[in-house]
Unconditional design. Structure first.
Length: 128
């Protein structure tokens, strides 16, 4: 059944369990496996929420976190060009959400020990 979840449903489910500090190992393993197969369809916000959830639960699903990092790298490279201002003030809502998602992904990957220089460099460039 979980394999039928959309990327948003997978991210929201993981985020919800992490928010309640409920680390259901079989569920998180199923979310991880299903997410990896759909990672290319995840929006940045879904990537950020999923990365945060697994980081917050201290779940060592390294293949998922590495897949999130790779997908985020592609997404940030593609979407980061829309950030033409250095300050969030005056940015449209979508751009502010993009900034928030990038920061969330970088923070979650850093706290889980899976942050690589390539994603940090692309995120820094997108945010500057």
């Amino acid at each position: 059944m979980i394999t039928e979840f959309s990327p948003q449903a997978l991210a929201t489910t993981a985020w919800s369990f992490a928010g309640l500090a409920l680390n259901d190992l079989p569920l998180m393993a199923a979310i991880s496996a299903a997410s990896i197969t759909k990672i290319a369809s995840f929006e940045l916000l879904n990537l950020a929420n999923t990365a945060w959830a697994f980081s917050a639960l201290e779940s060592s699903h390294e293949p998922l976190l590495d897949a999130i990092a790779a997908a985020a790298l592609r997404r940030i490279s593609a979407e980061g060009d829309s950030l033409t201002m250095r300050s969030q003030e005056g940015l449209p809502l979508a751009a502010r959400q993009l900034v928030s998602s990038i920061r969330g992904i970088v923070g979650a990957l850093a706290s889980s020990g899976r942050l690589k220089n390539t994603i940090l460099d692309v995120a820094t460039e997108a945010l500057n």
